[in-house]
Ligand binder design. Structure first.
Ligand code: SAM
Length: 419
C-alpha cells in the first residue's frame, strides 16, 4: 500500500483552476452526463460551434454549455488514439496535449512491473494516462501532481475506467519527493514513472533544465529509484544519458512519438529503437555504441532509416544488416545493391544521380515524362513542397526526388520513376 504523501507544493487552484474544477463537478453529475451525450451527438452530426452552443445553451443553460461542448470535442479528438476509453475520459486541452499514447503507456507499464514491483509513483499524472495503464497492469498507483485540475482529472478518469480501487491521487511536488527518495523507493513506492512537463506558455522547452520537474530531478530519480522510467524529449542529447541507463526512442508510423530513459534495474541494453509499423512492434538494440557506418558511393537502392533508428544512434547496425554504406558521413541515408525487406528503413530504387541544379532537374524530368514528384530531403535547405510545385510538369509519370549531400556535394537522386 503506498504511503500517502502530505500536501506539498502549490496545491491551491488559481481562479481558472477553480472554474475548471467547478465545471468538472457539474460535468460528472447527471445533468453534465446528459449534456455530454447531446454535445457528442451534435459533433457527430457535424453541427458547427455556434449552432451547437445555441442548442446546448437551450438545454443546459449558458453557464455550462461551453464546458460540455469543449469536453465532447476533446473526447472526439482523443478517440483515434484512446479508443472507446475516450468516450468517458475527463480532459482539458492542456492535459490531452501532454498525454502520451495509451498503448505505449501500457507497454511501458508492463516492462516497468516485470521485475515484480507492485506499487508505482506516477510523478506528474496530468489526466492519468500512465496512472491508468499502471493500474491496469496490476500495480497500486500513487498519482501525484502539483496541479489540482490534473489531480481531479486523474481521480475522475480512474473511476470512469474502473481502476480507482488501485489509485491514490495526492498533491505533491515531484522535486521534493525525489529528493527524499531512499532505499530504492520514492513516496513509499518501489517504482516510479516521471513524465516532466516539457512545454511552458504553449512553447516547447528544449532545455531539459527548464522542464518541470527539471533535469536534476530526472537524474536523481534514475539514480535513487532503479525501477523507474522517465519520458524525455526525443531530441535529448546522448551525452545527458547517465551511465547504466538505457535510452529508448519509439516511433509509430514513421514519426518519433516518445523517448524514454529506463532506470538501472529495468535497463537491459545501451540503446533501443522501437518501431511500430502497421500495428507490429520491432525492436533494435545495441549493448554498446556501434560507431558510425562506413561511407560509399550511391548504389542501386537508397534507404531512409526510421527516425527511431537514427535518434538512437543505431544506423550502423542497420547498414551492416543491409550490406549498406552511408552516402555522406553526416547524413543518415544508406545505399546498397539490393532492395531491403526491413522494418528499419524505407527503400527507394535509384534511377539517376545528378548534382543538384533546378534547371537540369527540370529538364531531366521533362525528358523522362515525369509530371509529378514527391520530394524528400536531408541535409539541404530546400523546402520539399515548394520544390515539388516547381518541378510539376505535363508528363504522366511520377517519381521521388531526394535532395541531399553525397560525399559533401549537393545532389539530387531521381528514384522510383514510374509511368
Ligand atoms: C507531461 S504531463 C504528464 C502526462 C502524463 N504522463 C500522461 O501521459 O497523461 C506532466 C505533469 O507533471 C506535472 N508537474 C510538473 N511539475 C511537477 C512537480 N514538480 N511535481 C509534481 N507534478 C508536476 C504537471 O502539472 C503535469 O500534469
Amino acid at each position: 500500500m503506498p504511503t500517502p504523501v502530505g500536501e506539498a507544493g502549490p496545491v491551491a487552484p488559481d481562479s481558472s483552476g477553480t472554474a475548471v474544477l467547478e465545471q468538472l463537478a457539474w460535468l460528472r453529475g447527471p445533468e453534465g452526463a446528459a449534456a455530454l451525450v447531446l454535445a457528442a451527438r451534435l459533433l457527430a452530426d457535424g453541427v458547427d460551434l455556434l449552432p451547437g452552443l445555441d442548442r446546448l445553451r437551450a438545454e443546459v443553460g449558458a453557464e455550462h454549455a461551453g464546458a460540455a461542448w469543449e469536453l465532447a470535442r476533446l473526447r472526439a479528438r482523443a478517440r483515434p488514439v484512446f479508443g472507446s476509453d475516450a468516450d468517458v475520459l475527463f480532459l482539458t486541452a492542456d492535459t490531452l496535449e501532454q498525454a502520451g499514447r495509451p498503448a505505449l503507456a501500457a507497454r511501458r507499464a508492463t516492462r516497468l512491473l516485470a521485475g515484480g514491483a507492485d506499487s508505482v509513483a506516477d510523478l506528474g499524472c496530468a489526466s492519468g494516462t500512465d496512472t491508468i495503464a499502471l493500474a491496469r497492469a496490476g500495480a497500486r498507483v500513487l498519482a501525484v501532481d502539483v496541479d489540482p485540475v490534473a489531480r481531479e482529472l486523474t481521480a475522475l478518469n480512474a473511476a470512469a475506467l474502473g481502476v480507482d480501487d488501485d489509485v491514490w491521487v495526492v498533491a505533491g511536488d515531484a522535486v521534493e519527493l525525489v529528493q527524499s527518495a531512499r532505499g530504492g523507493e520514492v513516496a513509499g513506492c518501489g517504482a516510479a514513472v516521471l513524465d516532466p512537463a516539457r512545454r511552458a506558455g504553449g512553447r516547447r522547452q528544449l532545455d531539459p533544465d527548464r522542464w518541470s520537474p527539471p533535469w536534476p530531478t530526472v537524474a536523481l530519480l534514475l539514480d535513487r529509484v532503479p525501477t523507474s522510467v522517465v519520458k524525455v524529449a526525443p531530441g535529448l542529447d546522448h551525452d545527458r544519458v547517465p551511465a547504466g541507463v538505457e535510452a529508448e526512442w519509439v516511433s509509430v508510423g514513421g514519426s518519433i512519438v516518445e523517448a524514454l530513459l529506463w532506470g538501472p534495474a529495468v535497463t537491459s541494453t545501451w540503446r533501443r529503437a522501437t518501431v511500430v509499423r502497421g500495428g507490429e512492434v520491432h525492436e533494435l538494440t545495441a549493448d554498446a555504441d556501434p560507431g558510425p557506418a562506413p561511407m560509399g558511393p550511391v548504389r542501386a537502392w537508397l534507404h531512409e532509416p526510421d527516425p527511431a533508428v537514427i535518434r538512437s544512434g543505431l544506423v550502423s547496425l542497420v547498414a551492416a544488416q543491409l550490406g549498406g554504406t552511408l552516402v555522406d558521413p553526416t547524413i543518415a541515408y544508406l545505399t546498397s545493391d539490393a532492395r531491403a525487406e526491413s522494418p528499419w528503413v524505407s527503400s527507394y530504387r535509384v534511377d539517376e544521380v545528378l548534382p543538384f541544379n533546378l534547371k537540369k532537374l527540370k529538364a531531366l524530368l521533362r525528358e523522362r515524362g515525369i509530371g509529378r514528384v514527391t520530394v524528400k530531403k536531408r541535409g539541404s535547405a530546400i523546402e520539399p513542397e515548394t520544390l515539388a510545385r516547381q518541378l510539376r510538369g505535363g508528363g504522366s509519370g511520377t517519381a521521388t526526388v531526394v535532395v541531399t549531400r553525397v560525399a559533401g556535394q549537393p545532389t539530387a537522386l531521381l528514384c522510383d520513376v514510374s509511368g
